[in-house]
Design a binder for this molecule. Structure first.
Ligand code: NAD
Length: 694
């Protein structure tokens, strides 16, 4: 008996149940069990048809990603060789009906497509999300999918990696029937009436011809460039689907295997698989066990109805949490609620929410001028101005009214959590909840642990982030925490480059070509040059240490009232469309200041720009890691991908450093962080550092 796959005969139908919790992954044992069960069914004369179904909450949700990780790093991996299994299922003389519920993804969908028919629960979803891991479907998915759904749809699914719903799957031919009732019963009924098996690999009617499909392939490549700029796997997926059309099935499968092997061995697959595990690894906090009690978070109160308070209110309302939203002035409240409504209107226009869904969300947000009801909040989140005196006053006030179990969070981006907590009688309840703008969209929350923050509060804050469908990453309490602290040397390096002869637009272009969502100067203009100036003052960064070089231009822009997007002028000029265009006045200013300071001028290549800027970012990451403000290098990667627009296909700054070679990075930053220098000298990587410190 295979413990992962059950076999029984019910009313002349062989029912094969995959039971490999939690998601019936194709771990070793599952393919073998499936093959044996199909053979048993075909050997039993009393069996008329076969149904394959998943136990628990889903059909097969995909391959075992741990095994993929081994393969990507060139270690021995037990990746299932599914070819023979899929052929055996497809060649079964008795009809095989795949009963799909939950998430039929990746290898799961590939198995499902080898069956003759598919019946699904209405709530089910199907997809080929392999591109998220830098690979393509490797078990004939690129060959069977276009035969079922046509080339255009297959390309769309494999390039975007996005799942489709059961009704969509029915419409495009991926499945044959939907049930609202009992799935097994429906699948058995379908199997009984199914008639002779039809092999998927023999269904060539939707494939078309290479010539006629040429525009579809071109569109597929354009889609890949748009949704996954610079990514290798989506292009390979298109290539594999082209092979499905151009070649006989067996040869197409061979071509798919070659392309799959190319992808698995790529830096991008290693990086993206790293990103997958990094995001799941953030929940492991040394000293905070799984059994740490987590407080319920049903009622949240927010202080400050500005950019961040409003966004956090939306994030809560979207997650079904009711919100009290306090500001000190009616005008601020009105503005805040108006902004929330406008943002929701955009979501309705884009089809993300229905008008009713928005009405429900708006009804969860209660604007007010006082602290009424704050005494029954499970968490209070302060999102007022970035000013220590104001924050201290607010925390003293809420300390007097909050219930004993209430979590006291601050959205400060740079100020000391310990100092804020010091004005309360319960510093153990105070934690940083650093959301990113726009807070209803950005997935990252830095959870800042003060020296007194209790394990229970930390674990509850992590659970809160999860409830909001966000990624919480623990950061220590240093100025700027993890993400913003790394931004300082990054921004300084960018400014030194322009002082030495580059232009802001050249630096930004190099960064976006590298894969950053935005260039650093465009980011500075968006966040506000005035905001950055205040932060530098607050942190004492405006006073240079002896021998330290400080950038000059940003302060001058501040003095000129060029605050960025909000004033229409910053590093760039902004028209009504808020699109940046280079400003000759800024270029002239930079050249003049550089000449006055006798800074020699030269030109820079894009790769020099990346080395100066991104390497500076990495160097600071290494310091943060060594000082213990980040638990893992992988946490830094998760922060930069989810909060700062770092390209996932490069794995985050620390993984990018690993793949570039730490020796190269250490040699080009001055001075290298001690940890970076040490790892470089030992020939090690940040990934190995994480593994040694796990
Ligand atoms: P904002 O100026 O848009 O909003 C602040 C709001 O707080 C205003 O509406 C103001 O009236 C209100 N307020 C001030 N004092 C108050 C008090 N005592 N009681 C109630 N309300 C009060 O500012 P913001 O951009 O939303 O920033 C809020 C906080 O979030 C700051 O600490 C900031 O550093 C942090 N933060 C901002 C961003 C960002 O990109 N804007 C990102 C992360 C964190």
């Amino acid at each position: 008996m295979n413990p992962l796959v059950r076999y029984e005969v019910q009313d002349g139908i062989a029912v094969i149940t995959i039971d490999n919790p939690p998601v019936n992954a194709l771990s070793p044992g599952v393919p073998e069990g499936l093959a044996e069960s199909v053979a048993s069914a075909n050997a039993d004369d009393s069996v008329k048809a076969i149904v394959v179904i998943g136990a628990g909450r889903t059909f097969i949700a995909g391959a075992d990603i741990k095994e993929l990780e081994f393969a990507a790093w060139g270690q021995p991996a037990k990746l299932p060789a599914l070819h023979e299994l899929l052929a055996a299922i497809e060649d079964s003389p008795k009809p095989v009906v795949m009963a799909l519920h939950g998430t039929t993804f990746g290898g799961g969908l590939e198995v499902a497509m080898s069956g003759h028919y598919r019946v699904a629960s209405r709530s089910g979803a199907m997809g080929q999300p392999e591109v998220n891991l830098g690979i393509i479907p490797g078990a004939e998915g690129t060959q069977r999918l276009p035969r079922l759904v046509g080339v255009e749809k297959a390309i769309e699914m494999c390039v975007t990696g996005k799942p489709i719903t059961a009704p969509d799957a029915l419409a495009c031919g991926l499945i044959d029937s939907i049930t609202d009732g009992d799935l097994l019963k429906a699948a058995k009924a379908f199997a009984r009436d199914a008639g002779a098996p039809v092999k998927t690999r023999a269904r060539n009617g939707k494939l078309g011809s290479p010539d006629a499909n040429a525009p579809l392939y071109a569109n597929g490549r354009a889609l890949a460039a748009k949704v996954r700029r610079g990514a290798l796997a989506p292009l390979k997926a298109v290539e594999a689907i082209e092979a499905a059309v151009a070649l006989p099935f067996a040869e197409g499968c061979k071509r798919e295997r070659e392309l799959f092997a190319e992808c698995v061995a790529s830096d991008q697959a290693r990086a993206l698989i790293h990103v997958f595990f990094a995001e799941r690894g953030v929940a492991k906090i040394p000293g905070v066990g799984k059994d740490t009690p987590v407080r319920p978070l049903e009622r949240v109160a927010i202080i400050g109805a500005g950019t961040m308070g409003g966004g956090i209110a939306m994030a809560c309302a979207n997650a079904g949490i009711s919100v009290l939203l306090r500001d000190t002035e009616q005008a601020a409240i009105d503005r805040g609620i108006e902004t929330i409504r406008k943002n929701y209107d955009v979501s309705v226009k884009r089809g993300r929410f229905t008008p009713e869904g928005v009405a429900e969300r708006m009804a969860r947000i209660h604007p007010q001028l006082d602290y009424a009801g704050f005494d029954s909040a499970d968490a209070i989140i302060e999102a007022a101005f970035e000013n220590m005196a104001i924050k201290k006053q607010i925390f003293a006030e809420i300390d007097a009214i909050a219930s004993p179990a209430c979590i006291l969070g601050t959205n400060t981006s740079t100020l000391s959590i310990d100092e804020i907590a010091s004005v309360t009688k319960r510093p153990e309840s105070v934690v940083g909840l650093h959301f990113f703008s726009p807070a209803n969209v950005m997935r990252l929350v830095e959870i800042v642990r003060g020296k007194a923050t209790s394990n229970e509060v930390l674990a509850s804050a992590m659970a809160f982030a999860k409830k909001l469908n966000k990624v919480g990453v623990v950061a220590g309490n240093c100025p700027g925490f993890i993400g913003n602290r790394m931004m300082f040397p990054y921004m300084y390096a960018a400014q030194f480059l322009v002082e030495e002869g580059a232009t802001p637009e050249q630096v930004d272009k190099a960064l976006t070509n590298f894969g950053m969502a935005m260039g650093i100067f465009a980011v500075d203009d968006m966040a506000g040059i005035d905001v950055a100036w205040r932060v530098r003052k607050e942190l004492g960064h405006d006073v240079p240490k002896p021998g330290e070089r400080k950038p000059m231009v940003q302060d001058r822009l501040f003095e000129m009232g060029r605050y960025g997007q909000k004033t229409g002028r910053g590093w760039y000029l902004y028209g009504d469309d808020r699109k940046p265009s280079p400003d000759p006045e800024v270029t002239a200013l930079i050249r003049k200041m550089a000449a006055d300071a006798n800074i020699p001028q030269r030109t820079f290549t894009d790769s020099e720009i990346i080395e100066r800027t991104i390497y500076a970012l990495i160097n600071e990451g290494a310091r943060i890691l060594e000082e213990g403000y980040a638990l893992r290098a992988a946490d830094i990667d998760t922060i930069y991908i989810n909060g700062y627009g770092f390209p996932a296909r490069l794995g985050g700054p620390m993984m990018f450093a690993d793949q570039t070679g730490l020796a190269k990075i250490a040699a080009s930053v001055t001075p290298p962080a001690p940890l970076l220098a040490r790892l470089a000298a030992e020939g090690k990587t940040f990934r190995e550092y994480d593994q040694e410190h796990a």
